[in-house]
Design a binder for this molecule. Structure first.
Ligand SMILES: Nc1ncnc2c1ncn2[C@@H]1O[C@H](COP(=O)(O)OP(=O)(O)O)[C@@H](O)[C@H]1O
Ligand code: SF4
Ligand SMILES: [Mg+2]
Length: 467
């Protein structure tokens, strides 16, 4: 059982004891007699026990659990703790007899004051306030490290739905993303780009490998801290925005759920600040998504992604669904935001022009594997792997404003269920250095220059030997 659940049970029990004590005591004094029954004293002991447990546990649980608590707006829990304290310190039967209304007034007053104090202290400790400003990240910190990641989707068949094979969607990729950096993941449709994103977000089971965020492995239960720090922006803004909610509520949702900000004025202020970041205005706050253009909707999605001060933003074809004229605006907006706040971007696209516009480093993917990685300059000025060369050759010009970016490489992409043996690119490879060996041997990693690698058995003869 996780800590939050234990805490919630303790809180629930203390609430039950508190209300039982209150109801029995008040009923007795108003209707029956001046002496409360034994039940009250027994319940009072329970109340004391659970309340003390609550107070202690509150201070030892982690940030996630606390923010979960505040999220549900737990004034009552605080009040329960303090009322129990009050009940213990007031000599109940003697004091109440003959002084019932005095008791009620004193009791409520003390409860109110202590409740306020506890709430104030709680919020101070949790520092909810610091999240109300958009923060700038400090450079040169490790953000994301993906090590030899494999994601194989099981392929079920037969009457019993047994596993008969696997779709090797991602097959051993290694890369990292640092603060303030954009890593472009480029490749044809179906090569496994989105699967990498899903693996980072914990949406698919990892077959093998490791994903570290800020040097720590991403846990399977994906804590609320990670939900704040890793954000995803999808291709289709329509699918990401709830058409029944106003913009203000859409953007405020993560603020309420993850940062526990519940004050309406604070929320609106914060939403306005976020809208301004994406060049939208105050009057847009109370409109519904259908009242916006595609580009504006994507701006709303971006604003929502920024709400919880993320560090890593995964963008899966964020401009593919937009008009050509709007694409560049959104790309520029993303670059500006990154320049100001230092987010790390994992930018997934099938569009080389977009990559050339936004990325610092590029990984070219083919059938679940990287075939070439390097800085943007290295990939675009010295493409070395036959696949990268073919991709670039298929584009006569690299123009970020051009929507029509399609790969014109001969042949079909083989199935990831049964990829060709040896180099998976061999059926389509037109390199003059391709040999029979390519059909048998798995390509090895070769360093072309510092930070620039390809995976190939027979690279162009000028390239250095394997690493
Ligand atoms: N849930 C799934 N079950 C089985 N196969 C899947 C699943 N999701 C994706 N795939 C397959 O995995 C491969 C990679 O898909 P995807 O990561 O979406 O590629 P990309 O984003 O590069 O277009 C594709 O062949 C796709 O059909
Ligand atoms: S290993 Fe062979 S088939 Fe594969 S890319 Fe290199 S040359 Fe082409
Ligand atoms: Mg995809």
């Amino acid at each position: 059982m996780n800590k939050t659940r234990i805490l919630k049970i303790i809180i629930g029990l203390s609430l039950i004891s508190m209300y039982t004590v209150l109801i029995i005591t008040i009923t007795y004094y108003l209707l029956v007699t001046t002496t409360p029954p034994m039940t009250v004293f027994i319940m009072e002991d329970f109340l004391l026990f659970f309340s003390v447990a609550y107070i202690i546990s509150f201070f030892i649980i982690n940030w996630d659990a606390r923010s979960q608590l505040i999220r549900v707006k737990l004034h009552l829990y605080e009040i329960s703790a303090l009322i129990s304290t009050v009940l213990i310190f007031i000599p109940l039967p003697e004091f109440i007899s003959g002084n019932f209304w005095v008791f009620v007034i004193i009791y409520s007053l003390i409860s109110g004051i202590i409740s306020f104090a506890i709430k104030y202290v709680t919020f101070k400790i949790i520092k909810v306030e610091r999240f109300s400003e958009i923060t700038t990240l400090k450079p040169s910190r490790n953000l994301l490290e993906v090590k030899v990641l494999r994601v194989h989707y099981p392929l079920l068949g037969g009457i019993l739905k047994r596993r008969i094979g696997a779709v090797k969607a991602v097959d051993g990729v290694t890369f990292d993303v640092n603060i303030g950096e954009t890593v472009g993941l480029v490749g044809e449709s179906g090569c496994g780009k989105t699967t990498i994103a899903k693996a980072i977000l914990g949406l698919v089971d990892i077959t093998n490998g490791k994903i570290l965020f800020q040097d720590k492995p991403i846990p399977p239960d994906y804590s609320s801290y990670l939900r704040q720090k890793i954000q995803m922006i999808f291709q289709d803004p329509d699918a990401s925005l709830n058409p029944r909610k106003k913009v203000v509520d859409i953007i405020a949702e993560p603020l309420k759920n993850l940062l526990a900000i519940s004050d309406k004025i604070k929320l609106r202020k914060r939403v306005l600040a976020l809208l301004e970041q994406v060049s939208l205005k105050r009057e847009h706050m109370d409109r519904y998504p259908h009242e916006f253009s595609g580009g504006q909707k994507q701006r709303i999605v971006i604003a929502r992604a920024l709400a919880c001060n993320p560090e890593l933003i995964i963008l899966d074809e964020p401009t593919s669904a937009l008009d050509v004229s709007v694409q560049a605006q959104i790309l520029n907006l993303l670059k500006d935001l990154q320049g100001t706040y230092g987010y790390g971007f994992l930018f997934i696209t099938h569009n080389l022009a977009v990559v050339s516009h936004v990325a610092d480093r590029v990984a070219v993917m083919y059938l679940g594997k990287f075939v070439e990685v390097g800085s943007k300059e290295q990939i675009f000025s010295n493409p070395t792997h036959p696949y990268t060369r073919a991709l670039l050759a298929s584009r006569s010009e690299i123009n970020p404003y051009n929507q029509d970016i399609s790969f014109v490489i001969k042949g079909e992409v083989p199935s990831p269920i049964a990829p060709p043996p040896g180099c998976t690119y061999n059926p389509r490879c037109t390199s003059e250095f391709r040999t029979k060996e390519c059909e048998l041997n798995i390509p090895h990693k070769i360093e072309i220059e510092e930070g620039h690698f390809i995976w190939c058995n027979n690279p162009p003869s000028s390239t250095p030997s394997k690493v």
